[in-house]
Design a protein around this ligand. Structure first.
Ligand code: DGY
Length: 332
């Protein structure tokens, strides 16, 4: 009997490939580069399963080029790169990697909060470039983190993990979330639910943790930035298009905000040129989940989910994005 064919678009850790080895025929792109559209179309042509990453745009035309495709495992928790409705129409199961990258992404969010407020990157550059002349009263003064107000936009897993860490910094936590969290969790996190406007007006640090959807695109634009304190910082480890990047660059350049820490961009890998010359921005290359252990866990989870679908099992609870395909696991 023909083994299912799986196309893996990026070099995931060996532990993930080991899950698939033997059970499927694999074609893996081992180069550290995003595949061209042509390569993606060619790869899925005879594939039963696709294991892909955020930079792979899996839209209707890719699905149309993949008549055998039954499962797509995204090597990420976000899945805005995949046309979920089109996949569901074709009864293709889509999975993601929730949970395993929560704490790692929360850690990186805090790295950005601390780096931008305490001017860590500027300080590092000063020392390396031989510009450090000794302690000085006015040298690289930043903003305090301890005891300030943290505003968490989107109180899902990662938002909660970021809020939990704020307790160690003696911070007051406000949050904005469409559906809210339970009152016991609010108590545990010491978090108070407020409107987005109140959060923006009151917070010293605003950290974004919403998925990218039509509703959250440019959730933070010129008007919202103008509501923030001039001494406040914006941190985005969610998705670039949640922020109007041009408006952010303008606000930062005009001193309407103290600074920003960004891990994600509106048109990745491009960065708005207005941000590149600013000292009050810390820019990272989408590293939220980038630790050895977390990437390994993501790879194993993605591979297991893919195999589950291809072998007729429902993937582990929470990993199936489009529950509308639930019937496809029966009678296999
Ligand atoms: C995700 O998982 O959505 C991150 O952005 C990439 O790891």
């Amino acid at each position: 009997m023909r083994k299912p064919k799986v196309f893996v678009t990026c070099p995931i850790p060996e532990a993930g490939l080991d899950v698939l080895r033997g059970a499927v025929d694999m074609e893996v792109n081992m180069d550290d580069r995003v595949l061209t559209r042509q390569e993606l179309l060619a790869g899925v042509a005879d594939a039963d399963g696709l294991l892909c990453q955020l930079a792979d745009v899996v839209d209707e035309s890719v699905l149309a080029a993949a008549p055998r495709l039954r499962a797509i495992a995204n090597y990420a928790v976000g899945y805005n790169n995949i046309d979920i409705a089109a996949a569901t129409d074709r009864r293709i199961a889509v999975t993601n990697t929730p949970g395993v990258l929560t704490e790692t992404t929360a850690d990186l969010t805090w790295a950005l909060i601390l780096a931008v407020a305490r001017r860590v990157v500027e300080g590092d550059a000063m020392v390396r470039q031989g510009r450090f002349r000794g302690w000085a009263p006015r040298l690289l003064l930043g903003g305090d983190v301890y005891g300030r107000v943290l505003g968490v936009v989107g109180m899902g897993r990662i938002g909660q993990a970021v809020a939990r860490r704020a307790r160690g910094f003696g911070m007051k936590v406000l949050y904005y979330d469409r559906s809210g969290i339970s009152s016991s969790l609010e108590t545990e996190l010491g978090a108070t639910r407020v409107s987005l406007e109140e959060l923006l007006r009151e917070s010293d640090f605003v950290s974004l943790h919403v998925p990218l959807t039509p509703e959250t695109r440019h959730l933070i634009g010129r008007e919202q930035l103008a509501m923030m304190k001039r001494t406040a910082y914006l941190v985005n480890t969610a998705r670039g298009p949640v922020v109007d990047e041009a408006a952010l660059a303008q606000a930062l350049a005009a001193g309407e905000l103290a600074g920003a820490g960004l891990d994600v961009y509106e048109n990745e890998p491009e960065v708005h040129p207005g941000l590149l010359g600013l000292d009050n921005v810390v820019l990272l290359p989408h590293l939220g989940s980038a630790t050895v252990d977390t990437r390994e866990r993501m790879a194993v989870m993605a591979a297991e989910s893919l195999l589950d679908v291809l072998e007729g099992r429902e993937p582990r609870a929470g990993n199936l994005v489009n529950r509308g395909v639930i019937g496809v696991f029966k009678n296999k």
